[in-house]
Design a protein around this ligand. Structure first.
Ligand SMILES: Cc1ncc(COP(=O)(O)O)c(C=O)c1O
Length: 391
């Protein structure tokens, strides 16, 4: 039996052993500063360039369009704030969705406080934006549209070609920023072909190290830095590069890309096992992730269950899951994503996110379904209160 069942891969993943070895080796042996002119510096710079080439190639981009950052949060901030700061004439109207990750949503809230007009797009019951609403909102002064490609709570994918086509028809000057943190390594991304100008990536969601990410900036798009210093990363991201982290990110991206299709098929199989296992039980539940969501994320609500209580019962069996997104799970507020999908409070209270990686197995899915069948009748709120009244 597995010693633990880790089903929180959208929060973060277990680093590949090969990545850990490479990072230790780079930290020990390639300790130069990539900006130094001597051999040590040049070898460190080669490592950074190698990773940049790998990531660029995976996106069908040029290496000069990839900027390393400290992760998805920084990439999202840099993309949106950096673009608007560098292009004040493009307008003071911006559009995003109600289901963004906080690292985008909070940026738009900040923009509102600075006088930008922000439109937040609604989503349907599957978590997808309504194209007609986007058409209504785009204006001549719309500078930027910020879209989460794959939602981190439900796995819902947005139709980016449709979004880009609407933008092309109504205001080709509007730049699209895609938060691709949950999409990278899972589906093929070609930002230039999809009409995406700016795209955020993060390493730790693909078995790479934490604290490393990248921003794709399409050639010809200008962005300003968030902070100033030595002018590394093409002047837009100062600070000595995290060489071991960048090396690890490059390797993780390459290893993940080699098995994207195989991994996707496996995730779809595992997702179906969990869904079928629950469907054939008498556990009252609803699957919040739509059928065509990316199969790595399965959001399920359990009736008359408090999600945190279920999470801790699963944890006692060393099964690790999440309630909503990791970044907001320590707050008391309800999931803004499920709320935007018009899911009732009762169901939101019982929502658990199971998120998979290729490292999960069929046996783990069976054990998880069995654990749910054991735990849920015991923690049912209704049953408990009825028992309480009888005493
Ligand atoms: C969709 C999405 N965007 C951005 C982030 C932030 O990435 P990072 O943890 O690298 O800052 C996350 C992480 O949970 C995410 O899921």
């Amino acid at each position: 039996m597995a010693s633990e069942i880790y089903l929180d891969n959208s929060a973060t993943t277990r680093q590949y052993d090969e990545v850990t070895s490479l990072m230790a080796d780079v930290a020990a042996n390639n300790y130069g500063n990539p900006s130094s002119l001597h051999t040590r510096g040049i070898e460190a710079e080669r490592i950074v360039s190698g990773a940049r080439e790998t990531i660029a190639a995976l996106l069908g981009a040029q290496p000069s369009e990839i900027y390393f950052t400290s992760g998805g949060t920084e990439s999202n901030n840099l993309a949106v704030i950096g673009y608007l700061d560098a292009n004040p004439r493009k307008g003071r109207h911006v559009i995003t969705t109600r289901i963004e990750h906080p690292s985008v949503l909070e940026v738009f809230r900040h923009l509102e406080s600075k006088g930008y007009k922000v439109d937040y797009l609604d989503v349907d019951g599957n978590g997808r934006i309504i194209p007609g609403q986007l058409e209504e909102k785009i204006r001549p002064d719309t500078a930027l549209i910020g879209i989460i490609l794959v939602n981190n709570e439900t796995g819902t994918m947005q139709d980016i070609s449709r979004i880009a086509a609407i933008r092309d028809a109504l205001n080709p000057q509007t730049v699209i920023h895609a938060d691709a943190v949950q999409a990278f390594g899972k589906i093929k991304l070609t930002p230039a072909r999809s009409g995406i100008g700016l795209m955020s990536l993060s390493s730790h969601k693909i078995h790479g190290p934490k604290g490393v990410g990248a921003l794709y900036v399409s050639k010809g798009i200008r962005i300003n830095p968030l902070f100033y210093g030595g002018g590394q990363e093409g002047l837009i991201r100062s600070g000595t590069e995290n060489v071991p982290g960048i090396a690890g990110f490059g390797l993780a991206a390459r290893m993940t890309a080699e098995r994207t299709q195989e991994n996707l098929l496996k995730a779809a199989r595992l997702k179906q096992m969990l869904i079928d296992g629950l469907a054939s039980s008498d556990i009252e539940h609803r699957v919040n992730s739509p059928g065509d969501a990316l199969p790595y994320i399965i959001n399920i609500s359990f009736k008359n269950v408090r999600a945190e209580v279920l999470l801790h019962h699963l944890e006692q069996r060393r099964i690790f899951v999440s309630t909503g997104s990791a970044c907001s799970s320590n707050k008391k507020n309800r999931s803004h994503v499920l709320a935007a999908m018009n899911i009732s409070q009762e169901w939101i209270d019982g929502a658990i996110r199971f998120s998979l990686s290729h490292q999960n197995t069929e046996e783990e899915m069976r054990l998880t379904t069995d654990a749910l069948k054991d735990i849920i009748p015991v923690i049912n709120i209704r049953k408990k209160s009825r028992a309480g009244r009888n005493i």
